[in-house]
Write a protein that binds this ligand. Sequence first.
Ligand SMILES: Nc1nc2c(ncn2[C@@H]2O[C@H](COP(=O)(O)OP(=O)(O)OP(=O)(O)O)[C@@H](O)[C@H]2O)c(=O)[nH]1
Ligand SMILES: [Mg+2]
Length: 269
Amino acid sequence: MGEKLAIINSKAQTTRHRILGIKTTDTAQIVYSDTPGILRKLSYKMHEQMMQFVNESMEDSDVLILLVDVNEKEFSPEIANKFNRFEGKKIVAVNKIDQTTQEWIEKKMDKWKQEFIADDYVPLSALNNFNVDVLEKLVLNYLPEHPPYFSGEDITDRSERFFVNEMIRNNILKQYSEEIPYSSEVVTLSFKENTKIIKISCEIITERESQKGIIIGNKGAGIKKLGTAARKDLEEFFQKQVFLELFVKVRENWRNNPNMLRQFGYEPD
Ligand SMILES: Nc1nc2c(ncn2[C@@H]2O[C@H](COP(=O)(O)OP(=O)(O)OP(=O)(O)O)[C@@H](O)[C@H]2O)c(=O)[nH]1
Ligand SMILES: [Mg+2]
């Protein structure tokens, strides 16, 4: 997209929603849907909702791109079945080829050609922008004729508040370990912008008092560090000075609570 629309993190399950990236050129409009990765084990209702986002995207898309990591050893049969059953055009994009040798790439490509029945297989390095243009050309070729779904100015369906939540969540993923990032959610309570500054106030939701304590840290050191790092990201994103206020709140077992999930945007369309 050439824009930062999705948070990127080395930890798994970074993406929890379906996020649209809309790219309009003189001749076409591509609506990309970034979705969560396919999970093997659904431990919470939140996971079920995440997989609903995957299913929905597969239902209304013309082209399906399966992004695989070249280092990945095995895929579960469910992933292959899900992919192979899709009736539109299919592309397997093998990412992170910057981390390996030509020989290994060829070996892996052969393996995946047997597992996934696709129209195209594209070796890729998103990091080095290698073959991203090739992938996009393939997508363009497969798009059916249709009037644009969105205005040419739109680049996403998501609000400023959503990106605030995500940027804070990304810093939680970076700063805290084990269960903390997975049991945390961020909600923007207020977003007030004037010519000089954006005043943002957010709530971090955790599942237990003990997790709240860890996030806040000794004499507030944890939350202070988090606030500083998140503020920097927000200032870069909005290109404006940001004043950020963070609160931590416990909502027991929110990942299994349908009302909470709805409130946090885990409601399929
Ligand atoms: N070396 C290398 N690393 C990459 C490349 N593309 C992505 N990464 C890294 O891979 C990690 C995962 O990236 P994400 O964008 O969070 O991956 P994702 O597939 O969206 O994963 P989830 O949202 O967690 O399901 C990050 O640390 C990225 O920096 C690439 O082409 N080469
Ligand atoms: Mg992601």
